[in-house]
Design a protein. Structure first.
Ligand code: NAD
Ligand code: DAU
Length: 354
């Protein structure tokens, strides 16, 4: 089959990546999608079992830091576009093991940039390197007032956000130095199906289900701006196709929640869906020692993306949150698999012998 484009998506077996891969494989059947993922603890190829047999989908287990492999993929699949999502993504893990974050997020991004530069070798027409980043690079906002814009100076606080900020700088440096056709976006907190249950929403739904404590950091006063993952995937599709080269776009839900208010809503909704009496799981809420360097507030101004590319988040938070909680409760086997480690066999059973 002749494909109109050959796109390398990195980190496609993770949370956001799996939604992006599914969207591209199904909505753009004339594109070949090559998903390069190392399958760390956060990667689960079963997240994509509904599309794994599609003719336009190729899965490669491998490391974005492996220059030889990445260069070989550019050549074998005649890659003309990159959507780069692979990363170490959890702030708490970055506090424990910062070097892992520098390796994957900085060196891995640099390896991909260098492979694209060499493969495309100055022929930039029809080529694009899209780097997916986070609002955490901007640091923290005060409790009230202010939004991150594309012009907010970078001020990362955690090893995770410092590594993402560093990767963003390398992406811009490759544009400014070599002319590589890059585009970037910085998004707020995503939620939805297939998120690893170390992040707030799936962790707490799982803990409510199992009657375990819900560890709220500090006083629960920190504020996050939540966006449904498929709305982010739609923004990624738009930016990849129509974003201006060299530019970055902020993506956010205009949907700020104090952690403690979100946790109360989560508890009430999960109890209702489980058929528990009102207030049944409130006693599981436990205030614990705060995260070191915990950013107080994130909030995104996404007016540039809305104005220039016509993007809007489609789901209301109440609708998206209920749908998400229902998904985790209906997919308790997925939760059991990723928390027990059983999901690690999926690759051997479905891919390794091919
Ligand atoms: P995730 O942790 O769920 O998935 C990361 C994926 O990358 C996994 O499949 C993992 O196996 C893969 N990976 C890790 N190291 C690799 C390596 N060396 N080589 C190849 N693959 C590797 O992450 P996520 O939450 O889906 O985030 C995806 C991207 O979006 C990240 O770049 C993250 O910084 C960014 N982001 C996330 C959010 C969010 O709320 N989750 C918000 C804004 C931006
Ligand atoms: O803002 C975008 C970022 O959002 C992404 O770049 C990151 O990859 C993603 O992990 C997310 O980072 P956060 O640190 O905001 O997400 P997390 O789900 O870990 O935490 C959300 C908030 O809840 C945060 O203020 C910390 C708090 N929290 C988290 C956990 C896991 C708790 O109070 N208790 C917990 O157990």
């Amino acid at each position: 089959m002749n494909f109109s484009r050959n796109i390398l998506i990195t980190g496609g077996a993770g949370f956001i990546g799996s939604h992006v891969v599914r969207r591209f494989v199904t909505l753009h059947p004339d594109y070949r999608i090559v998903n390069l993922d190392l399958l760390t603890y956060a990667g689960n190829p079963a997240n994509l079992k509904d599309v794994e047999e599609r003719e336009n989908y190729v899965f490669v287990r491998g490391d974005i830091c492996d220059a030889e492999l990445v260069e070989e993929l550019f050549s074998r699949y005649e890659i003309d576009g990159v959507i780069h999502l692979a990363a170490e993504s959890h702030v708490d893990r970055s506090i424990v093991d910062p070097l892992a974050f520098a390796r994957t997020n900085v060196l891995g991004t640099l390896t991909l940039l260098n492979a694209a530069r060499k493969a495309w070798n100055g022929c930039w027409e029809g080529r694009r390197f899209y780097h997916i980043s986070t609002d955490e690079v901007y640091g923290a906002l005060p409790a009230e007032g202010g939004l991150f814009t594309e012009h907010t100076p970078y001020a990362p606080h955690s090893p995770y956000s410092a590594s993402k900020a560093s990767s963003d700088h390398f992406v811009r440096a490759f544009h400014d130095t070599y002319g590589l056709p890059v585009v970037l976006s910085n998004c707020s907190n995503n939620y939805g199906p297939y998120q690893f249950p170390e992040k707030l929403i799936p962790l707490f739904v799982n803990n409510i289900r199992l009657r375990r404590p819900l560890p709220v950091y500090g006083a629960g006063e920190n504020v996050r701006d939540w966006l449904y993952v498929e709305d982010h995937a739609e923004a990624i599709d738009l930016i990849f196709h129509r974003g201006t080269t060299g530019e970055s776009y902020n993506v956010g839900g205009n949907n700020e929640w104090r952690n403690i208010d979100l946790v109360r809503l989560l508890v009430a909704t999960t109890d209702r869906l489980l058929g528990n009496p009102e207030g049944h799981s409130s006693s599981l809420i436990t205030f614990v020692t705060d995260r070191a360097g915990h950013d107080l507030r994130y909030a995104i101004d996404s007016s540039k993306l809305q104005r220039e590319l016509g993007w809007r988040p489609r789901r209301s938070f109440e609708e998206g949150l209920e749908q998400t909680i229902r998904w985790y409760l209906d997919n308790d086997e997925w939760l059991e698999n990723v928390t027990s480690g059983a999901y690690e066999h999926y690759y051997e059973e479905h891919y390794a012998k091919r």
